[in-house]
Write a protein that binds this ligand. Structure first.
Ligand code: PLP
Length: 450
């Protein structure tokens, strides 16, 4: 099937599954006056995306090429999600001790785990090497630390260097990792840096990988491919000068952008893999193993946060629906709405897609500042008290990234299957837990001097 048709077909299926899940969540009382906000994850859709990812790269690599798809845990740090992906043959890219612990709790084996953070402590490095997890050194100082560890204990960890090809950014500065001044990796175009990387590898036969992540959201495929091409060219240079195939694996990071404007999946993994095969054919001719680290593109379109409309009102002539979803579950959108707009779907009090003429209205959150809006001036059937507003495409970097403003509790997250079947992925936080996590046990800490 042609990519566009396939993207549209999977989008339509996804929207239908989502509508069924919202209705079933209301019918079953997962959503209602007492539980006015939930996150929903489409298990079928997540499995489909994982399969699309595998198939896209299987179609371009030479047979027998070792390929590891490692999900960027930061995108959706939920243990059952990591387990589901592991079930689909997808490992984990971790960037903190917490993320590593989540991956281990999900049973992701060390051989399917990659550690990438820019600020690894000596003990984190020691643990990773003891476990045999792949590590990409971010900078010369970190490589010195790894030198010490490699010299003192045997490790199965594949080791590499992260580079920044400095090919430029995309439309969102905060998620552009390959700008001239990005904080990640060795900035290849800085004076002497490229030669330093080459020499560092020649001096250390155990450095076998290069890593570059030139995403994320807002970067065109052509720019991502250029980042991979530069990294490949560097690997070729190192191997030529080493006189052997020292660099045997390229980790190309993640960063495939997500379409937040409709249900269609675009661009697709297949498109990206084809662009790479055209621009960097040598990457796929069996001389290099491949690691990918996609996050947003695997999960975003499979998550929906659904919130009850508690009140409706008018301000300055504009209708406002006051819901329970705002900055605590859509932090990026609330603070930078022009960069991270979300689509909102309206459902009636029974969880059915709401009918009626589109009316320009604000969809507000529960937090106590005026910018706490899921969407400003969006055209929807007029929301009424007791309806539900759903923020779509929020499966990555949204409700899994709770922001504790106003001590709003973390909502429950449910995975769903067709025919109204749900599983708890994460229980809702209780207010007792909020108190406990806010120093509740240390109530006298500041009034009784030590
Ligand atoms: C090193 C690394 N790999 C992968 C990712 C995942 O990017 P995305 O979610 O855009 O695919 C990130 C995101 O920040 C990252 O820093």
């Amino acid at each position: 099937m042609d990519d566009d048709i396939q993207a549209g077909a999977s989008g339509a299926g996804r929207a239908a599954r989502r509508d069924d899940a919202v209705r079933a969540a209301v019918e079953q009382g997962l959503l209602g006056p007492g539980s006015p906000i939930v996150g929903l994850l489409d298990v079928t859709g997540i499995r489909e995306s994982a399969a699309e990812l595998r198939a896209a790269f299987d179609a371009v690599v030479a047979p027998g090429t070792p390929v590891l798809h490692a999900f960027a845990v930061k995108a959706t740090p939920l243990v059952p999600v990591l387990r589901l992906l592991r079930d689909e043959g997808v490992g984990a890219e971790v960037a903190s001790p917490g993320e590593l612990a989540l991956a281990r709790a999900a049973g992701v084996p060390p051989a399917m785990t990659v550690l990438d953070s820019p600020a690894k402590t000596p003990s984190e490095l020691r643990e990773a090497l003891a476990l045999g997890i792949a590590v990409n050194a971010d900078n010369p100082q970190e490589l010195e630390r790894i030198d010490g560890l490699v010299g003192s204990a045997a490790s199965r960890s594949p080791l590499g260097i992260r580079v920044n090809p400095q090919i430029g950014g995309g439309s969102i500065e905060a998620t552009s990792t390959a700008t001239a001044t990005s904080k990640f990796g060795v900035a290849l175009r800085d004076e002497g840096a490229r030669e330093w990387v080459v020499q560092a590898c020649l001096d250390r036969p155990w450095l076998t990988r290069l890593h570059a992540h030139t995403g994320s959201q807002g970067i065109p495929l052509s720019l991502m491919a250029r980042g991979v091409a530069e990294t490949y060219a560097l690997a070729e240079e190192i191997n030529r000068r080493a006189g052997r195939r020292q660099i045997d694996t390229l980790d190309i990071g993640g960063g495939l952008p997500v379409n937040f404007a409709s249900d269609a999946t675009t661009p697709t993994y297949a498109q990206y893999a084809r662009v790479l095969a055209e621009e960097v054919p040598g990457l796929f001719d069996e001389r290099y193993g491949l690691v990918t680290e996609f996050g947003r593109s695997l999960l975003a379109k499979h998550g929906t946060v659904v919130a009850r409309v508690e009140y409706t009102k008018r301000a300055g002539g504009r209708p406002v629906g006051v819901t329970h979803a705002g900055v605590q579950v859509a932090t990026r959108t609330v603070y930078a709405p022009e960069l991270w707009p979300l689509r909102i779907a309206a459902y009636d009090s029974k969880g059915r897609p709401k009918e009626g003429p589109a009316v320009v209205q604000d969809v507000a959150g529960p937090a106590c500042f005026s910018g706490d809006l899921l969407a400003e001036g969006c055209a929807l059937p007029l929301l009424e008290q007791g309806d539900y507003a759903a923020a779509l495409d929020t499966g990555a970097y949204y409700f899994a990234h709770h922001y504790g403003y106003n001590s709003l509790v973390r909502p429950a997250v449910y995975g769903f299957w067709p025919e109204g079947r749900f599983a708890v992925v994460r229980e809702a936080q209780t207010v007792q837990e909020v108190v406990a996590e806010s120093g509740g046990a240390q109530v006298d800490a500041l009034t009784e001097s030590p």
